[in-house]
Design a protein around this ligand. Structure first.
Ligand code: OAD
Length: 232
């Protein structure tokens, strides 16, 4: 029998229980940093050393972090569903938990790319980089992150995935950053929608989600139980 397609859009809340700060919650990353300085293309041109160090620090933090129970549940659900993950997160905790299909909308912390062409990107693992490093073509390298003010090259592919979903789940995203937030409008009418978040997330009228008001680990455990009950 064909497995149903389960598409999951994750945001920073997915990794909060792995010790990663979210962006907009109290105590979140954007309380300590100016988003314009470290997550915009203008910020990069103003002070590339500062931006390089910011992502070096996050990369170092990532090496020590572990996937949480929520990441593991999503990987385990591949036994029963055709799971496709779309993440706004730049860390690799979904992959490390065992998920086999992960689309990174906002780039990847363990990669760098050419400043001239972000499609020329490659893995650097967890090492710190120095501003001024170049690729083999002599082009200056930068973190492989999609910053504010830049196009999101994988958004079309992500929208296609959402349109193909039998079940669509949003976990741990405030849904305020576009174009990612707009993906909820690509959900078909027949798709079962779920939203897992401990806080209230504002959802436009006409978008039907069953709300699970919980953190990622226990919220996804509830979802798993409900989905598996429906399978039997
Ligand atoms: P936000 O920080 O805006 O939202 C995090 C969401 O996670 C909020 O709705 C929280 O209530 C929820 N949350 C907190 N703890 C949680 C937990 N333990 N389990 C589940 N949910 C929890 O993060 P994003 O929506 O991911 O972009 O932000 C989107 C983009 O904005 C990011 O990808 C980043 C940022 O600027 C770039 O850096 C380009």
């Amino acid at each position: 029998m064909n497995k149903k397609r389960l598409v999951v859009l994750t945001g920073a809340g997915m990794s909060a229980e792995s010790g990663f700060k979210t962006f907009r919650d109290a105590g979140g990353l954007w309380e300590n940093y100016n988003v314009e300085d470290v997550a915009s293309i203008e910020g990069w041109y103003r002070n590339p050393e500062l931006v390089t160090e910011f992502y070096n620090d996050l990369r170092e933090q990532l090496e020590k972090a572990q996937p949480n129970e929520g990441h593991k549940i999503l990987a385990e659900l591949e036994k029963y569903f055709d799971v496709k993950i779309i993440t706004q997160n730049v860390e690799n905790l979904h992959e490390r938990a065992g998920s086999s299909s992960v689309l990174h909308l906002h780039g990847e912390l363990t990669k760098v790319c050419s400043v001239n062409d972000t499609s020329k990107n490659f893995d650097i693992g967890y090492r710190r980089v120095k501003y001024g490093e170049k690729n083999s073509d002599g082009e200056l390298l930068r973190p492989f992150i999609v910053w504010f003010g830049e196009a999101v090259p994988l958004i079309g592919k992500a929208a296609e995935l959402v349109r193909s979903a039998d079940i669509f789940v949003v976990v741990g995203s405030s849904l305020v950053v576009y174009p990612a937030a707009g993906l909820i409008h690509d959900m078909r009418g027949s798709t079962q929608g779920y939203l897992i978040d401990p806080q209230e997330v504002s959802i436009p009228r006409g978008v039907n989600f069953k709300i699970i008001r919980d953190v990622a680990s226990s919220g996804l455990a509830k979802l798993r139980d409900e989905l598996l009950k429906d399978l039997n």
